[in-house]
Design a protein around this ligand. Structure first.
Ligand code: GLV
Length: 324
């Protein structure tokens, strides 16, 4: 008999067929308590769980006593209680490699569109306000040869450094838990403490996961250290930045602009004050959202679940230490 699996994300047809070849699949819309209650038997017998978003916590795990592996279609896994998974010996698989270049492209897009005010001026032209040659009121600020500070030098940070160094001749600073020799030797990146990075960077780019340590790592005090001409880019997780403090800093001129792909609450409420600010470029968490990359993530997530439920995990596992 094929192992039972809960799927809570729709997959391209070929990947769904592959999943069906290996498992007996129940597709549900999410993993909310209501859905779990509705499909209690299927959740109780499932050995695998594949999808993205939604909290996978002790309450959900208690309803899934047969669970052996979760496979998330994402690199981030802050919505999973990893300690609870470890206690229950449930593997957690994710997609850390396939999206790297695409997310770095998104970050560079935010750097360029905030500095050159692309969305704001697009609206301005379409509203018929282009009546004569532009003047200082429409000018932006240069990106090339400026200093770009990266918080979190993981795969995505490295791909961003590559773009900034080779494409834009930028000077790279980074703050990370470990020294990154490749970033230093290939892109001339300089490791520094958070305070120095915030003080010296023209662009501060956040590519950090959300953990207890990174929650509100950038608050009012840190924003004050930044240059008034500086721009903050966040494509990691919203709660790494205190959004209220950021809104205040953008309003009072402590900070020039912000490019945000992530928010403290997602979807960001339509009436959030931060969305009213002209110096904010807001995106709906599209870091990895291209046809090619989202397909690649779904493909990896399916392969990851097949590997995990067959005892063949050799990559993409958050907690490999729990394997017997
Ligand atoms: C996107 O935010 C991801 O974690 O993949």
């Amino acid at each position: 008999m094929k192992p039972a699996v809960i799927l809570y994300k729709s997959l391209p047809d070929d990947l769904r067929a592959k999943l069906d070849d290996h498992f007996s699949v129940t597709e549900v819309k999410d993993v909310s308590p209501e859905t779990v209650k509705q499909h209690a038997e299927q959740f109780a017998s499932a050995q695998g769980l594949l999808g993205s978003g939604g909290k996978v916590d002790d309450e959900l795990l208690a309803a899934m006593p047969a669970l052996r592996a979760c496979s998330t279609v994402s690199v981030g896994y802050d919505n999973f209680d990893v300690d609870a998974l470890n206690q229950r010996h449930v593997l957690l698989m994710h997609t850390p490699t396939v999206l790297t270049e695409t997310v770095a492209d998104t970050m560079m897009a935010l750097v360029l569109s905030t500095a050159r005010r692309v969305p704001e001026l697009d609206k301005w032209v379409k509203a018929g306000q282009w009546q004569k040659s532009v003047g200082p009121a429409e000018f932006g600020i240069d990106v090339h040869h400026k200093t770009l500070g990266i918080l979190g030098m993981g795969r995505i940070g490295l791909a961003l450094a590559q773009r900034a160094h080779f494409g834009f001749g930028m000077n790279i600073l980074y703050n990370a838990r470990r020294q990154h020799e490749e970033a230093e030797s290939r892109f001339g990146a300089r490791a520094c403490d958070l305070e120095t990075l915030l003080k010296e960077s023209d662009f501060v780019c956040i590519s950090l996961p959300l953990t207890e340590q990174t929650h509100h790592m950038i608050g009012a005090a840190q924003l004050k250290l930044m240059k008034p001409s500086a721009i903050l880019i966040n494509a990691g997780r919203g709660p790494v930045v205190d959004e209220q403090a950021l809104t205040a800093a953008l309003k009072d001129g402590t900070l020039h602009a912000a490019g945000l792909d992530v928010f403290e609450v997602e979807p960001v409420p339509a009436d959030a004050e931060i969305l009213t600010l002209p110096n904010v470029v807001a995106l709906p968490h599209i870091g990895s959202a291209t046809h090619e990359t989202r397909y690649g993530m779904a493909r990896d997530a399916v392969d990851n679940l097949i590997a995990a439920l067959n005892g063949k995990v050799d990559k993409n596992c958050v907690n490999p230490q729990i394997q017997a």
